[in-house]
Design a protein around this ligand. Sequence first.
Ligand code: F6P
Length: 322
Amino acid sequence: MKRIAVLTGGGDAPGMNAAVRAVVRQGDALGLEVYGVQQGLLGIFEDQIQPLDLSGVGSILERGGTFLQSSRYEPFFEKEVQQDAVDRLRAKGIDGLVLIGGEGSLNAALCIHQLGLPVVGVPSTIDNDIYGTDMAIGVDTALNTIIRAVDRLRDTASSHTRAFVVEVMGRDCGYLALLAGIAGGAEAVLVPELKYDLNKLAERIRYGYNRGKKHAIIIVAEGITEKHAGQSVADHLIETTGFEVRVTVLGHIQRGGTPTAYDRLLAGRLGAAAVEQLHSGMSGVMVALQADKVDIKNLAQILSQKKTLDPNLVNLANVLSR
Ligand code: F6P
């Protein structure tokens, strides 16, 4: 193996730049040429594949987003398009690929591997919904962004005895909501994976007010309803209780910002490990974090399974939110 490429796909996540930097620097240490593909999978078809050198990835460690840019490229899931991608990469002399992204990108990595081009996936999505890794790159930064917002909202909520519904990202996965609920001291958390009862939620908040609480923070994952999750919870509370309720939708604020030390370290470890794997002849795998150790997982296996919420954390959120 002489020349590898790296690309970032799907929704950006803080720490993607740190991962690209690690790929380039580990590649250089192993005597590989490293190329960067701009705009995710789309860049393969638009011939946006350029060499990256050591200085080309200087001063990006601390930057959020992805300097390579990213895309969600739906046509990629057609077989001919995948073959075209592999042909184009080979024509550029690329004989290995590191694909950094979430579930969609890892699925693309598996398709490329099945067509014979060596690929290693690196999990990076703020959702933390990828089976087989304890953490994905970007999750920690997004959680810190959420709890900073929650702390501020509690200040204003307490000043007016208000309830705030805070909508966070997570279409199918309530990890961010649950962890932010625990770390941010929320009174309640609603996630797509678990049934909820809005009347019981109202009772719980009333119970808190009756005990002298001056605020209520309810964190909801965007995926609990098809649309406007936060607003629909707030509307129900207003109609049935008369509480003063405000809604904050954090939206893409959660995706930006300088990565935390945790995300930079994780990105460095996983990015470097991905290149080591490719260099040693591995393909069709994802580098993962398990029990604080870098581990190697079979892509087909991890993509066939769904990550679930840890019941101990669900229980802890219930206990601590009293
Ligand atoms: O998968 C990451 C994520 O941020 C989800 O949490 C969110 O539902 C989605 O991407 C938003 O996608 P887009 O940036 O395309 O609006």
